[in-house]
Design a protein. Sequence first.
Length: 268
Amino acid sequence: MRTYWHYPHIDPVAFSIGPIEVHWYGLMYLVGFIFALFCANRYADRDDNDWNRNQVSDLLFYCFLGVILGGRIGYVLFYQFPLFISHPVYIFKIWDGGMSFHGGLIGVILAMFYFARKTHRHFFVVADVVAPLVPFGLGAGRIGNFINGELWGRVTDVPWALIYPDAGPLPRHPSEIYEFLLEGVLLLIILQVYSRRKPPLGAVSGMFMFLYGCFRCFAECFRQPDPQLGFFSFGTTMGQILSIPMIIIGAWILIWSYRRAKRRLIEK
C-alpha cells in the first residue's frame, strides 16, 4: 500500500502583537508589493523611459488598492453571490477570508485606467509596466494558500499527493504548488525575458493575460472546485470560466499590438 505525504501543519498566524495577529497570507501580499516596488523603482531609474520613483510608487499604491478592493468584491460576487444576497454585510467580513484573482485583476485594470488618465499616458504604457511585476505576487499568494492548507487539489494517486487534514483521508494534488510554479515562477520568467526584448506597445500586457489564462485553466484541472459552486457545464470550474476570456482578450491584444507596430513601421 502506497504511503502518501501528510500536509505539514503550519500555523497560519506568523506572529502576534498583543491582540493583533499577523497572518502569513497577509505577509505574502506585503512581500509581493515590496518586490513590485523594488522592480518598479529599478525601472524608473533607467534612462530609456520617462518614469520616476514617485510616479511608480503612486501607480503601485493605486494597484494595491485595486487588488484588495477588487479581490474581495470579486470573490463575493463570483464565489459567494447567494450568501451576499442574503447577508450583504458579508462583503465587509474580510476576516472570514476570500479573495479572487479575477476580481483583483479588474480592480487593477480600473486603477491603471485612472492612473493613465491622470498622467496623460496611453493605458498600455502603464499596463506594460505593471504586468511583469504581477507574477511574483501571484506566486507569493499561492504560497500563502499552501500555508493556510486551502484550495487543495482533487483526489489522486500521484506519488507527490498530499493528505490535507481538512479535506478528508484521501490524497490530493497539491494544486497550490502547481499554481505557484505556473502563475508565479514560470510566468515571471517568461514575462521578464519577453519584456526585455522590447516588444511593441501592449504586447507584454497581452502576453500576461494570455499565459495566465492558459496556466490557470490548466491548473484548474487538478484543483478541487469550491464546494458551494462545484462543476459547471462540461466539467468546467468557475476559475476556468473566468480565465477563458483572459485567453481571448490576451490573444486579441497581442494581435492588435503587432499589427499596430507593423502598420506604423510601414507608415514610416
